[in-house]
Each structure stands twice: as C-alpha cells, then as structure tokens.
Design a protein around this ligand. Structure first.
Ligand code: SF4
Length: 333
C-alpha cells in the first residue's frame, strides 16, 4: 500500500518471442528483456496524464510514472497484484526518453496543476541516484509552472530539496514519506530494500527545515505485526519532532490475487503466528482492517489533535494548496 494506483493492462506475446504488456489506459507498451541485467526501458507516448473525476488523493490534477516496477521489496506491495500484470515487478524499468516526453506533455497542457508521482513505483528507487530522471522531471515541473506531490520511502528525496524550494515559490508542493513501523529492525524485514524508518525521519526533518510541506503516509499497518498503540504513538511523536505537518493513516492492509500469496509467504517467514492469524481472520478478503482498528484510530486522532498534526485528506489538500496561494481550476483538464 502506498503505491497503488494503476491502469487496465493486457498481455500480448509477439511473434519474435518478446513478451509485451500493453497498458491500455496508459497507452504504453512495455518490453522485457530477460537475457540482460541492464536497465530496461519501456516506451511511452505520454507520461503526464490528467486525473479524471476530481482528485481526492492529495488533490492531484495529473499523475506521472517515470519508472515501472520497484525493487524496494515491501512484503505487502499491492502493485504486484495480478490485475496489474507487471511481470518481473522487482526489476525497475525506466520510460524511454522520458524527460523529452514529459516536457512535450507539460507544454501541451492548457491548465497548470499538481502532478503526482509515486503511485505504482517509488520515484526514488536505487537507479534514480545515477539516472536522475525524477530530479529531471521536477526541474521540468518548475520550468513550466506546475506543482508536485511525491510519495516515497527513500531518503534520497532530500537530494532534490533545491528544486522543491523553487517549485514551492510558484505552486503547491507536498511530500509524503511512507512510514509504517517505528522499529528499524522490523522495517528491514517488511520493507527490506529501502531506507529504514530512522533515515526516513531524517529526510522528513531536512525537508521540513527547508520549508517544504511534508507529512507521513502511515499505511499499511499490518494486522498482528505492527498494529500496536506503541508503534502508532512512536511514529506520531517522532513525526511531530521532525516537523511533519500531516499523517494520513490506514490501520490495516489490503490483499488481492497475486499480492496476497506473496504477502502470506513473506509474512510466514517473519512470523508464522501472524500469518496463521491473518489467514483465519481475513481469508481472501480485499480489506483487512486491524482488529485494533477502532482503538488505534481513536488514540491516533487524539494524539494528533493534541500535537497539531492534521490527518483528514480534505484538510491536507486545503492546507498545502492554499498555503502557497495557488489557484487551481479542477475542470477542463
Ligand atoms: S516502495 Fe515499491 S515495493 Fe514498496 S510498496 Fe511501494 S511500489 Fe511496492
């Protein structure tokens, strides 16, 4: 959870044996080459796409995915569900010629707005360190007067503070760092290939100190794993200490065909007891709210109210958009 939102996909096998996944709603064709371990590129005619039907998720007006797939290895990742048909999900592919495609997309937009990224893969995956494609995309958002909303688990995001500061002078700018567990040891088990929680908090501190509107996506909270009052309160208090402005939580997780098998296998390696409890409580259900959901939610709201941290999506959107006195028209995209 955290990186979740995708299009309708279908699989095609080409006559030369290459496997192609056509993501029909995104007009992309993805080519896989299993023979090499080089960074693979996928073609995309367009990358920055309008969000239809309003933008309840952080008020995004547009979305973009610069990379396809993710190597962070979170055991609960929803993006590996069968419905997205992303084979070899753990290998990161980049969009071919992506900065030119993004620049063309932005030039053609009649309306400015906030461009979200980080839905189906983490824009600060390990390749970004060298490739600097997310950084390049942010430079373009600044150049063409767009806002940005980024979701990540990587402390690499702090590298690009210089550009975020430029964007926030003319447009809304919001950063969502996902934090699910306060304990670095547990974090290494459930999100093995990305910055541990303490490093993420350091990044939140740096971003907040630089005046960037930064908060936490506290999701998923895994039933029988980290759904404790202690974990939740530790995150909230540390968030306050690091200058986070908001926390958006979900006290539970979701599982679907494809992601469910993966999750239960990995969970079984960490805690057979938690796995067995999960299976007997949720079976094949999509939504798996924590048995402690109500208690956690109540205590969470009380703590946030006390500390002045906002947690309702409409408030988060209102605050980060009006804070920068940006007038966005949500129609005609
Ligand atoms: S960081 Fe990567 S592996 Fe983890 S939930 Fe997001 S997309 Fe999935």
């Amino acid at each position: 959870m955290g990186h979740h939102y995708g299009g309708v996909v279908s699989k095609i096998l080409l006559s030369d044996g290459r496997q192609v996944v056509s993501e029909t709603s995104l007009s992309e064709v993805i080519y896989y080459d299993n023979e090499t371990e080089m960074m693979q590129y996928v073609s995309a005619k367009t990358i920055v796409r309008p969000v239809k039907h309003g933008s309840s998720w952080f008020g995004h007006n547009y979305n973009m995915n610069i990379y396809r797939g993710c190597s962070h290895g979170c055991i609960y990742c929803d993006s590996r569900s069968d419905c997205y048909c992303i084979e070899g999900f753990d290998e990161v592919r980049a969009k071919e010629d992506c900065l030119n495609v993004i620049e063309n997309d932005l030039k053609r937009k009649r309306n400015k707005g906030v461009v979200g990224t980080g839905a189906m893969s983490d824009p600060y995956n390990p390749h970004e360190k060298e490739l600097e494609l997310t950084r390049g995309a942010m430079i373009l958002l600044d150049k063409y007067g767009f806002g940005a909303s980024i979701t990540t688990k990587s402390s690499l995001i702090a590298r690009d503070i210089d550009i975020f500061k430029r964007i926030r002078k003319h447009s809304p700018m919001v950063i969502n760092v996902t934090v699910t567990t306060y304990d670095d040891e547990l974090c290494r088990k459930i999100e093995p290939n990305v910055s541990v929680t303490s490093e993420r908090f350091r990044a939140i501190r740096q971003l907040s100190d630089a005046g960037i509107f930064t908060g936490i996506l506290m999701m998923p909270i895994l039933p029988f794993v980290n759904d404790t009052l202690d974990n939740m309160l530790s995150i909230v208090r540390k968030a306050k200490e690091c200058g986070a402005r908001f926390i958006f939580p979900f006290f539970g997780t979701t599982t679907r065909a494809g992601s469910r098998e993966w999750y239960l296998r990995k969970l079984g390696e960490i805690s057979p007891d938690a796995r067995n409890k999960h299976v007997s409580m949720y079976g094949d259900a999509y939504e798996c709210p924590s048995p402690n959901h109500d208690e956690l939610q109540k205590a969470f709201r009380a703590e946030c109210d006390e500390l002045g941290i906002i947690y309702r999506m409409d408030k988060i959107i209102e605050e980060y958009k009006t804070l920068f006195k940006f007038q966005s028209t949500l129609s005609d995209y």
